[in-house]
Each structure stands twice: as structure tokens, then as C-alpha cells.
Ligand binder design. Structure first.
Ligand code: HEM
Length: 514
């Protein structure tokens, strides 16, 4: 996949060095350079830096693991500098607890993009919006209405239908004894589900709107990675805007055309069928109501709504898909866990009907498997934030407007917070376990504080039901008998399997509509 190529660490480092050398040349000619290591901070712990490049020479293939090792050596709160790009790195459960308990607002902003005035990567979008009035309004609406319990209840049938459709495809593979790419099929499932929940678009094979949106979101992600690199290039940022401006405009144009058409269809339907309490109301319908609401606390505009819809895809599709792929890989590699999860499902649900969302509260072990997977393999291992205001943390002065990176991978494997942190032990999440009592901010797969993921309930519902149905209905084989899944992660900034999971399903029970 193109995104994979872009986030390859070598390419990342190479491009960065290229930008950096040009930056240095410009600085040499036009500006007096600052003394190396000069910051606004009282000196925070920092590994030894090289002149000009700072800590770039310490970067390795797996950025989250490289940062974890730096933290183990130099401390959980570090100052790092890659050329002109400076940031704080936070890597332990105890520091993150202090951040979210005492300084949540101070750490609640997001890094700025170079494309500040554009549609997708802009501050117009929600997930990268600064902490302020717009973010507060959208967050409230997201938590209470868009992804709140009433709307999740309304969209229950959509998720059920899409799950049955997915299981039917797996059945076809089982009937043909075919090995297939689990991640590819799971991606279609999450993408179609979120597409229908957000926009009610049908996913017919001929005119697959979900697929078009996925392509645009993939294109946006790829461009986002390039822009993240450009953002590090100091004074050469503007050159990046020039380099990628055309690509950005093209993606924006295509997104705009597609969403404009969907917008019009929704407006027409609202006029025809009425809005307020329609039971098949989707997220676009709710956003349209907010758009037309004269008394709303904040006046959102059309571009903000379009960007928000794309944000949901960006934030919700590959995260959930990757986590389910890791969960199945863990289950295949731990037959004793698979057996226990299956026994629980068989005893609670039986073999005469398919597991349902309403069964989840009675499946604590299955839920613990998914949670333990997210702890060990968080889809977003490095979370970027920006300080909204100055604050004090552990006796250090943290300035306003500085980039912060939380290493969730390191935090959820912190040996001070977790027993046997690198082992896959779902039992640690059962309420009978004493470790459970200390989990507070140690489990941060969905973030924490004000900016915490508002899609967590939806994501867990989707993942738990899908994984449960795969365990209930099929046996899973990889390679030859006794082979294990290679758990090596892909290089780069996301956490996904380096070798996509190829497996062969064997039917246990046929419990879905066909
Ligand atoms: C396994 C699945 C998922 C994981 C691991 C995940 C994780 C995260 C994380 C770590 C954040 C940043 C939180 C922070 O800054 O503290 C986030 C934010 C967000 N997520 Fe998720 N997410 C998942 C699924 C979803 C889904 C399904 C949706 C909705 C369809 C969603 C919507 C969002 C949104 C809108 C934000 C931005 C919140 C804000 O800035 O206030 N996520 N997610």
C-alpha cells in the first residue's frame, strides 16, 4: 500500500535529512544560528545531542521502540530536538497520570499543520483543531449525539447487517479452503459500517461510495505523512506547501465534490421526510440540523462539517481494523486464550444463534482479550499534542505552544505500572485481578482527558462483536499446522503487522444470514 511506503522509516529519515540540510544552508546564509540546545525550558533531561541535527542520529526503524529505549535510559520526561523541530517526549504511566490529572487543559491542543487554511489538514478539521470554542462545541455534540448511546442504538442494525455480510465472505473462503488477507476484509467491514452510520450510503459493488471515501482518506493520510515531515523543515515549510500544494488541492476537490453531493441528498431527504426524530437518522442528518440551528452555541460552517466527516474515517477505520487484526493474531498464537474465549462464548451464547452486541456485558474474557491487544499494540503508539498554556510538570516549566509526544506504546508497557508488561495476559483486565485497581491512566489506547477518543464505545462494540463472531463461527489456521503468526510490526509511525495476516478459516457454526 502506498501509505506503507511513505511511512517507511528509512524514507522518513532520508527526506528529513534532505530538508534539514537545506534548512541549515538557509540559516547559514540568512540568519544567525541559535546556540545548540537553546530552548525556552529550564533544562529538561535530554540525551546528548549533535550540533545542528540534535537527536536525529538516534532515530531507528521503529520510532516508538526507539523512543521507549531513550526513556528507559534518560527518563520518562525528555526534551528532544530533530533539527529545528523540538518536542517533549512523555513515556511513563506516572507522568501521564500527572498530566491528565493536574494539567489536562494545558496539554489539550494539537500541533498546527502547514496547510492551516485548507480543508482536510487544516484547523477546520476536528481531530487536529486547537483547544477552543469550535473544538468544545464539536466534542460535546460528538459525545452526546453523534457517537452517543442513542445514536449507537439507532445504528445497531447497520452494524449487524455489515457483520453478517462480512461473515458470509469469510464463509465463501472457508468453503473454498482459501487463504485470505484478514486485514483487507476487515477494512471493508469497518469502512462500510462507518460509511453507512455517517452517510447512509449503500455499498453496492457498482457504485461503491465507501470505497471512494476510503481512497480519499488513504490519499489524505499519505499526504498527511509528507506534511508531518515538511512541518519539521523549519524555514523550508513554505517550500513543502509549494511541493505538495497541487496534491492537496486535488484531494480537497475530490472530497468536496463527493461530500457536496451527499450533503444535497441529505438536504432533499430532510425536506421530503422531515428530520428531528426519524429513526434512520445518520450523522450527516444530525450535523445538518446543527448547521441550520439558529440558536446553536456555535455556528459551524459547511467546510467544517465535511472535514469532520472525513475525520471520522481517518480516526476510526484503520485504527479499529488494525486492532482486530492484532487481536486475531494474538488469539491464533495463544491457543489456550482462544479456547477460553470460545468456551465463554459457547456457554453464554450457545451454537444456535450468532453473538450479538447485547451479549458483550456477559463476555468479560473476550473483552479482556481485545483490551489486552490494544494495550500491547495501540494502533496510534505516538500521540502528538501541543501545549495550550504554560504549566509546571515535575518541577519543570513547560512553555505554551510546544509540541508534546506521548509514547502510548511505552506507557502501556511501563514495568512500574504493569506486571510482566510484554506478555499477552488478558486475565489482567478481569475485575477479579488486583492489577485492575491501579489501571487509571495506565491504559491509554484511546487517549485520556478532554481530548480522549469519543469513538471508544463504538470502536469497542465493533471490535468485540466482530472478534467474538470470528471465534464463535470459525477455526483459524495460518501456514502449515502449528505455524505461528509473525508479530513483527511494520516500520514507521503506525503500529500494524509487517506481514499482513493471511489465514484460512474453517467453519464451526453457520449462524449468520446468507
Ligand atoms: C481501536 C480503535 C480506536 C483507537 C485505538 C482510537 C484512539 C484514539 C486516540 C488515541 C485519540 C487521541 C486521543 C487524545 O488525544 O488523547 C483519538 C481521538 C479521536 N478518535 Fe479515536 N480511536 C479509535 C476509534 C475511533 C472511532 C471508531 C471513531 C469514530 C468513528 C474515533 C473518533 C475519534 C475522534 C473524532 C477523535 C478526536 C477527539 C478530539 O480531538 O477531541 N476513533 N482516538
Amino acid at each position: 500500500m502506498a501509505t506503507t511506503t511513505i511511512i517507511d522509516a528509512q524514507y522518513y529519515v532520508f527526506l528529513f535529512l534532505l530538508c534539514l540540510s537545506s534548512t541549515l544552508l538557509l540559516q547559514f546564509f540568512f540568519k544567525k544560528s541559535k546556540p545548540a540546545g537553546a530552548t525556552h525550558l529550564r533544562p529538561l533531561p535530554s540525551p546528548p545531542a549533535l550540533p545542528l541535527v540534535g537527536h536525529i542520529h538516534l532515530l531507528t526503524k521503529y520510532v516508538h521502540i526507539c523512543f521507549q529505549k531513550l526513556a528507559l535510559k534518560y527518563g520518562p520526561l525528555l526534551f528532544l530536538r530533530f533539527g529545528s523541530f523540538k518536542f517533549l517526549l512523555i513515556s511513563s504511566a506516572s507522568v501521564v497520570t500527572e498530566v491528565f490529572k493536574s494539567n489536562d487543559v494545558a496539554f489539550a491542543s494539537k500541533p498546527m499543520s502547514v496547510f492551516e487554511d485548507r480543508l482536510i489538514f487544516a484547523n477546520i478539521g476536528f481531530i487536529f483543531s486547537p483547544y477552543g470554542e469550535y473544538w468544545r462545541y464539536m466534542k460535546k455534540m460528538t459525545v452526546t449525539e453523534l457517537l452517543g448511546s442513542k445514536q449507537l442504538q439507532r445504528s445497531h442494525n447497520v452494524r449487524r447487517e455489515e457483520l453478517h455480510r462480512y461473515l458470509k465472505k469469510v464463509l465463501e473462503k472457508a468453503q473454498e479452503s482459501e487463504v485470505f488477507s484478514l486485514g483487507t476484509e476487515l477494512m471493508k467491514l469497518t469502512n462500510n459500517t462507518i460509511c453507512r452510520m455517517a452517510l447512509s450510503t449503500r455499498c453496492s459493488e457498482e457504485d461503491n461510495e465507501a470505497e471512494k471515501i476510503k481512497e480519499l482518506v488513504d490519499g489524505s493520510l499519505e499526504l498527511g505523512m509528507k506534511l508531518a515531515m515538511v512541518n519539521m523543515a523549519g524555514p523550508l515549510k513554505k517550500l513543502g506547501v509549494w511541493m505538495y500544494g497541487k496534491e492537496d488541492r486535488e484531494i480537497n476537490r475530490k472530497c468536496d465534490e463527493l461530500l457536496e453531493r451527499i450533503w444535497k441528498e441529505h438536504e432533499e431527504r430532510a425536506k421530503r421526510d422531515g428530520g428531528v426524530d426519524r429513526e434512520d437518522k445518520d450523522l450527516m442528518d444530525i450535523l445538518l440540523e446543527a448547521y441550520h440551528d439558529e440558536k446553536a452555541e456555535f455556528k459551524i460552517n459547511k467546510n467544517q462539517i465535511k472535514a469532520f466527516i472525513l475525520d471520522l474515517f481517518l480516526a476510526g477505520t484503520s485504527t479499529s481494523t488494525d486492532a482486530m487484526e492484532w487481536a486475531m493474531a494474538n488469539l491464533i498464537n495463544h491457543p489456550e486464550v482462544m479456547k477460553k474465549a470460545r468456551e465463554e462464548i459457547d456457554s453464554v451464547v450457545g451454537n444456535r444463534r450468532l453473538v450479538e452486541e447485547t451479549d458483550l456485558p456477559n463476555l468479560p474474557y473476550l473483552q479482556a482479550v481485545v483490551k489486552e491487544t490494544l494495550r500491547l499494540y495501540p494502533p496510534g503508539p505516538l500521540l502528538p499534542r501541543r501545549t495550550h498554556e504554560a504549566c509546571e510538570l515535575r518541577g519543570f516549566d513547560i512553555p505554551r505552544d510546544i509540541m508534546v509526544v506521548f509514547n502510548f506504546y511505552a506507557i502501556m508497557r511501563d514495568p512500574e505500572a504493569w506486571e510482566n508488561p510484554n506478555e499477552f495476559i488478558p486475565e489482567r483486565f478481569l475485575s477479579s485481578n488486583k492489577e485492575k485497581a491501579h489501571q487509571n491512566f495506565n491504559f491509554v489506547a484511546f487517549g485520556a482527558g478532554r481530548r480522549m477518543c469519543p469513538g471508544a464505545t463504538l470502536a469497542l462494540t465493533l471490535m468485540n462483536t466482530t472478534v467474538a463472531s470470528m471465534v464463535q463461527c470459525f477455526d483459524w489456521k495460518v501456514g502449515k499446522d502449528g505455524d505461528r503468526v509473525n508479530m513483527e510490526p511494520e516500520a514507521g509511525l503506525h503500529l500494524k503487522l509487517a506481514e499482513p495476516l493471511q489465514c484460512r478459516p474453517i467453519l464451526r457454526f453457520h449462524l449468520f444470514s446468507s
